[in-house]
Design a protein around this ligand. Structure first.
Ligand SMILES: Nc1ncnc2c1ncn2[C@@H]1O[C@H](COP(=O)(O)OP(=O)(O)OP(=O)(O)O)[C@@H](O)[C@H]1O
Length: 818
């Protein structure tokens, strides 16, 4: 029985049932359509069939769907709901599509929508056509409609029925769309028309995430459409689908957003008092709407200055409003095929292992006073307390002998277990268990985490969920021989971040020289990936582009440092907090900073091909980028000292080691042996600080990652990927270069005009207005200082602008030219 239930729950079963629903729906369409032409003829046979006639091959039924089709159509149309019975088919197909996971419909809403519409239409059609079709074989409203109509009329009369139908229709439309209220008002008071339409348009714009319509790419529009697809049919208009009551709220919507909604709705509803008042409220509405406009500067192409910031000072800024309807991937995208709770080791195996350990130790003259076992997913830890006087080093040297006696690979001795005063012997289980990502992500620890960049790795030897905060790590080195679980480990890292961070809060830079490992993430380019402005693909597979990307990241890092310095903040968290609290003025170049996670796979190959060129920017990022929210994860199959150099090691404090070939490799990664004794398949050691922790990495399969990515990519994203700053290949850093007034920057004059206009000598202002890197903006500023247009640096404040107006500037420019 239990097995049958599990089987029914499985994805294949869902798919098959879904397919069956769709096919059955198609069959019913055929039967229903045919019914209109053949129903009259078939009815006499269906009403009074001779014994066994319908089952016989010669039954004279003309319906294209045969006797069963004719019966179904006769029953559902005539005996039940009339022509609106087609909605049963609509729901059947919708449910089928959902079960097949082709579309993500909200079944409850579709069910209610179809049901209410069907009943309403059935009564209405019966009321309108009851008499006209009395002699026909078809009842447009079906028996249900006919009987209901008769009964209601007997109670409240025909006018009462009409009023009831109108009321229910209006209520249902309001439930679908707030716009109905406006339509009704307009019908009652036509002079409201013009003003209200404007408001509605404003609301539409305000509700449209990413208001930069002209920049909305075809892709983004397609994403919109697919988003609408996934909503019930009635939600066709944008404001309807955008209404908060209509949409399922994103997982962690900020309170500010909800307040905004509430107020907007209230304002839309509560203004029946007069035109003047309406006008006032409308303006307020529009303001509120505009507050929802995105301020996220994803692209150097996004130059619409007036769209950047119009937030109200008294409400916290909510970065998630950029994509306010974004929904986090759901847990059911991860399969439930593995039962994490089945014991991996039985008592018999445990006792046998204990006995063997005691025996082998005794044979070397070591007595122990106690032994206890902690069963992990793949390994069991036997903790022994040696009798007094036993030297620990003696036990440590017996590693191979214990392994031999237990005839097991991957035995590791931890002598002593830190902080416990016991000695640990890790013995692999005969039947290791897969730790599935689903169970980790569903764990309370992950759900309730307050980490900035939570990475759920898997389970420890004591079956606890093991998580680290990448923001604190702050950079990670992942190594392991081929086929030991490195790629799965990297997917685990990305997946856990995708389940916790909104696209406005996190961007990935992915460098994948192998070209295949990370290709799966390409569809979420406009949500989560960052790229160079001139790059075609966000996932970098071309080694020649790697150096450019890393240099660009260094520029981004410098830019962020500039912003932090201007804001007087020590790190990205403080900075973003200030920005959210509206303490930083976007007019001065401030914007919400998403975390950037740089993942470099096959780092060994990169070093082999590009050498120092790659190593230098990586080390720079690793040394400095932590405070500005840029975190690097580098992975390699070749943990040798010429690849993982001393500098790299010094800057990547968090190390993840999967099984490696030799003790030397283990030493290179972890500075100690141990990784060579792991058993593979995601068995890993995580080191940060003193002692490595043995963890069974969670398993996430490629199809699951594909499903997650598809789920995200179906939703509306930004118009483009997050644009990394351009890198001026020819220039060195601004600090080292001399100010060369003979070679003025092409943007020099425009930048001067900008600063004069704002009367504010801010490098980040130049940088933001012209979408250029910090270095170039800094150089322009140096030239402006040299030309006497701005004053010298002024601590954390903007420089003084010494040039008062355009005339003044013209004079200085002609002086410069002469
Ligand atoms: N955490 C895990 N749990 C269970 N099995 C795993 C786990 N990680 C990896 N495996 C198994 O090991 C196989 C190889 O894993 P993976 O592709 O991650 O290796 P790899 O180290 O990235 O190899 P390569 O370096 O060649 O790409 C997987 O197909 C899977 O069967």
């Amino acid at each position: 029985m239990a097995k049958t239930v599990t089987a029914l729950k499985s994805e294949t079963a869902h798919f098959i049932i879904g397919l069956f629903c769709v096919i059955f729906g198609v069959y019913l369409v055929l039967a229903f359509c045919s019914f209109f032409f053949t129903g009259g003829n078939d009815q006499s046979i269906l009403d009074h069939p001779n014994h066994g006639e319908l089952l016989s091959t010669n039954n004279h039924i003309q319906n294209y769907a045969g006797a069963k089709g004719a019966q179904a159509a006769e029953f559902l149309i005539n005996d039940c709901f009339g022509i609106p019975a087609f909605l049963i088919i609509v729901f059947l197909v919708i449910a089928g599509m959902k079960l097949m996971k082709a579309y993500n419909f909200n079944l409850t809403r579709w069910f209610l929508g179809c049901m209410v519409t069907m009943i309403w239409c059935s009564v209405t059609l019966a009321f309108i056509f009851g008499k006209t079709f009395s002699d026909s074989f078809i009842y447009p409203g079906g028996l249900h409609g006919y009987n209901s109509c008769l009964w209601i009329q007997s109670q409240i009369g025909a006018p009462g029925l009409i009023l009831l139908l109108i009321t229910t229709a209006v209520l249902f439309s309001i439930a679908l769309s707030k716009k109905t209220i406006f339509v009704v008002r307009k019908a009652l008071h036509p002079s409201l028309k013009k003003n209200k339409e404007e408001v509605t348009q404003k609301e539409e714009r305000a509700f449209t995430p990413y208001n930069a319509q002209p920049e909305m790419t075809a892709q983004a529009e397609a994403a919109d459409e697919s988003e609408e697809d996934s909503e019930p049919a009635p939600a066709i208009e944008l404001p309807v689908s955008a209404s908060p009551e209509e949409k399922e709220q994103p997982l962690e919507i900020e309170p500010a957003a909800e307040e905004d909604f509430a107020e907007t709705d209230y304002a839309t509803e509560g203004n029946a008092e007069g035109d003047e008042e309406n006008g006032g409220e409308e303006e307020e509405d529009a303001d509120k709407g505009e507050e929802k406009e995105p301020v996220f500067e994803v692209s150097s192409e996004t130059k619409e200055e007036d769209k950047e910031y119009r937030g109200k000072i008294d409400q916290p800024y909510n970065p998630r409003l950029d994509l306010e309807y974004y929904q986090f991937p759901t847990i059911d995208l991860l399969h439930n095929d593995f039962d994490d709770n089945t014991p991996t080791i039985d008592m018999e195996e445990q006792t046998a292992n204990k006995d063997r350990i005691i025996k082998v130790l005794r044979s070397f003259g070591i007595e122990i006073s106690s032994i206890k076992a902690s069963v992990g997913p793949t390994v069991t830890l036997y903790e022994i307390t040696p009798a007094e006087g036993v030297r620990i080093s003696k036990i440590r040297n017996l590693e191979d002998d214990i392994a031999l006696s237990l005839s097991a690979l991957g035995i590791r001795i931890i002598a002593p277990i830190p902080g416990k005063g016991t000695i640990g012997i890790e013995v692999p289980n005969a039947n290791p268990r897969i730790v599935h990502m689903r169970s980790i992500l569903m764990s309370k620890k992950f759900q309730e985490t307050t980490f900035d960049l939570p990475v759920a790795f898997g389970k420890t030897i004591t079956n606890e969920v093991f998580m680290v905060d990448l923001a604190k790590a702050p950079h990670m080195l992942v190594a392991g021989a081929t086929g030991q679980g490195k790629s799965v480990g990297l997917n685990t890292i990305v997946t856990s971040l995708l389940y916790k961070k909104h696209p406005s809060e996190l961007k990935f830079v992915i460098i994948d020289p192998k070209k295949v490992e990370f290709a799966v993430y390409a569809p979420i380019e406009r949500h989560y990936l960052a790229k160079l402005p001139d790059a075609e693909d966000a996932i970098i597979t071309d080694t020649s582009k790697v150096v450019q990307t890393l240099n660009s990241l260094c520029v981004e890092m410098d830019t962020r440092y500039g912003l932090l310095r201007d804001a007087g903040c020590r790190n990205i968290k403080e900075y973003n907090k200030k920005f959210i609290n509206r303490q930083l003025n976007p007019e001065n170049g401030h914007h919400f900073l998403p975390y950037i996670v740089v993942i470099i796979d096959e780092f060994g190959d990169l070093i082999m091909t590009a050498g120092k060129e790659v190593e230098l920017p990586i080390c720079r990022i690793a040394q400095l980028a932590r405070a500005v929210g840029i975190h690097a994860i580098i992975a390699t199959q070749r943990p040798t000292t010429n690849i993982i150099t001393g500098t790299i090691k010094a800057n990547f404090p968090a190390r993840v080691a999967f099984r490696v070939a030799s003790m030397m490799d283990s030493r290179t990664i972890l500075d100690r042996p141990g990784a060579q004794q792991l058993i593979g398949k995601g068995d890993m050691l995580y080191l940060q600080g003193n002692d490595p922790v043995r963890v069974q990495c969670a398993f996430v399969d490629t199809p699951e990652v594909e499903d997650i990515v598809a789920y995200i990519s179906r939703q509306q994203g930004y118009p483009t990927a997050f644009m990394l700053p351009e890198v001026d290949e020819n220039s060195g850093s601004s600090s080292s270069s001399e100010v060369d007034m003979n070679k003025l920057d092409p943007l020099f004059e425009e930048a001067a005009r900008l600063l004069i206009y704002h009367q504010q000598g801010s490098t980040s202002l130049i940088q933001r207005k012209f979408s250029i890197g910090y270095n170039r903006a800094g150089r322009i500023m140096d030239q402006l200082e040299h030309a006497g247009i701005v004053g010298p640096t002024n601590g954390s404040k903007a420089r003084d602008v010494l040039c008062v107006d355009e005339n003044d500037l013209q004079m200085r420019m002609s002086n410069l030219k002469n």
